[in-house]
Design a protein. Structure first.
Length: 319
C-alpha cells in the first residue's frame, strides 16, 4: 500500500522530480514536508487523498515546493482555511478544485488576494481554474477575475446562481479562451459582453436557460469561437441550433438525451483507437459505473482490460 514511507524514499532518490501523482493513495500530512528534497516539483495531483489534513498539507507545500505550478485538489475537502494556506503558493498557474463544496467566496478571495494573517501575496498568476461543483457566487468570481488577469480557462460550478455580474468581471480577462458557465443565470447581455471582449474558443452554456437566440447570435460573431455546448438550454430554438450547426468553424455539442447514462462518456472520444493512447494513469480508486460492473470503461468505447494488459509499444502506463 502506497504510504508516507514511499514519499520519503521517492523524494530522497528523485531530487529532479517535476511531476507527482499520488491521487487516491493513503498518505498523511508529514510526507509533504519531505518534498523539500524535490525543489523542482512543479505538478502535484492529490485527487481523493482523503486521509490528509489538507490545511497542514498546503502549509507544507508553500514552504517546500516554491516552484509548484499545477495543483489538483479535486475531492479533497478544501475549506476557506485551506485556501488561505494555499495563497502562499504564488507561482501556481493551474488549480483544480472540482467537487469541493466546503469553501465559500471568502476562501476564493483569500486565495487570489492573499492573507494579512499569514502575510501571503495570493495566487495572482493563475491561468486555469476548475470550480465545478464548488460553492461560489458572483463576489468570489469577481475577486478571481480582477486579481488574475492571465486567466485563460475557467470552469464555473455548474448549478450556481451566478449572474451577469460574473460575466462583467470575466470580460476583463482578455486571454480567456475556455469558459464553462453551465447552469448559471448569465443571460444574453452577459454572453454578449464575454464574446465581444474575450477571445473565446470553447464555450459551455448547457442548461443556461436565460440565454436565448439573441445571445447565440452574439456568440456566432465571436470569430475565435470553435466549440460550443448548448445541451439542455431550453430557450435556444431549433432554428438557431440548426444555424449554429451550419457554421463550418463551429463544433456544436447538443446531447438531446442529456440525462441518459453513457451519452456524455461516449461522445468525448469518438472513434478512439487503443493504439492512439499515449498516457494512462491507473489510480487506487475505481469509478462506480453499473454498466461496467464497477470499473468504468465507457469513457473509451471499445476498450477492454485485456487490451490494456497487452500494452502496445506506444502506450505509457503510470501506476
Amino acid at each position: 500500500m502506497f504510504s508516507d514511507d514511499y514519499i520519503a524514499v521517492l523524494s530522497s532518490h528523485c531530487p529532479h522530480l517535476e511531476e507527482l501523482d499520488i491521487s487516491g493513495t493513503i498518505v498523511r500530512n508529514t510526507c509533504f514536508w519531505k518534498l523539500s528534497a524535490c525543489p523542482n516539483l512543479q505538478r502535484l495531483h492529490l485527487v481523493y487523498c482523503s486521509m490528509i489534513n489538507i490545511d497542514n498539507a498546503m502549509r507544507a507545500l508553500q514552504t517546500c515546493c516554491t516552484q509548484l505550478k499545477v495543483l489538483d485538489l479535486a475531492w479533497c475537502n478544501v475549506r476557506d482555511s485551506t485556501m488561505e494556506e494555499l495563497s502562499g503558493c504564488t507561482e501556481l498557474v493551474e488549480l483544480n478544485l472540482k467537487q469541493n463544496a466546503n469553501f465559500s467566496q471568502v476562501g476564493l478571495e483569500l486565495l487570489v488576494e492573499g492573507s494579512m494573517k499569514l502575510k501571503t501575496k495570493g495566487c495572482r498568476k493563475l491561468e486555469k481554474i476548475n470550480l465545478l461543483c464548488c460553492n461560489v457566487n458572483d463576489t468570489g468570481v469577481q475577486a478571481l477575475a480582477y486579481n488574475c488577469p492571465r486567466l485563460c480557462e475557467v470552469i464555473l460550478p455548474g448549478w450556481s446562481s451566478l449572474t451577469d455580474d460574473t460575466a462583467i468581471a470575466l470580460s476583463t480577462c482578455k486571454n480567456l479562451r475556455v469558459l464553462s458557465i453551465c447552469g448559471s443565470k448569465i443571460a444574453d447581455k452577459g454572453l454578449k459582453l464575454l464574446c465581444s471582449q474575450c477571445s473565446l474558443r470553447d464555450l459551455d452554456v448547457q442548461r443556461c436557460n436565460l440565454i436565448t437566440d439573441a445571445g447565440m447570435r452574439e456568440a456566432v460573431t465571436c470569430l475565435t469561437l470553435r466549440k460550443i455546448n448548448i445541451t439542455c438550454s431550453a430557450n435556444i430554438s431549433a432554428e438557431m441550433k440548426a444555424s449554429l450547426r451550419n457554421c463550418r468553424r463551429l463544433l456544436v455539442q447538443d446531447n438531446r438525451r442529456c440525462g441518459a447514462r453513457g451519452v456524455m462518456c461516449t461522445c468525448r472520444f469518438p472513434g478512439m483507437r487503443l493504439s492512439e493512447l499515449r498516457r494512462l494513469r491507473i489510480r487506487d480508486h475505481t469509478w462506480n459505473c453499473a454498466a461496467s460492473g464497477g470499473l468504468c470503461t465507457c469513457r473509451f468505447p471499445g476498450m477492454c482490460l485485456s487490451d490494456i494488459m497487452m500494452r502496445p509499444p506506444d502506450m505509457e502506463i503510470n501506476v
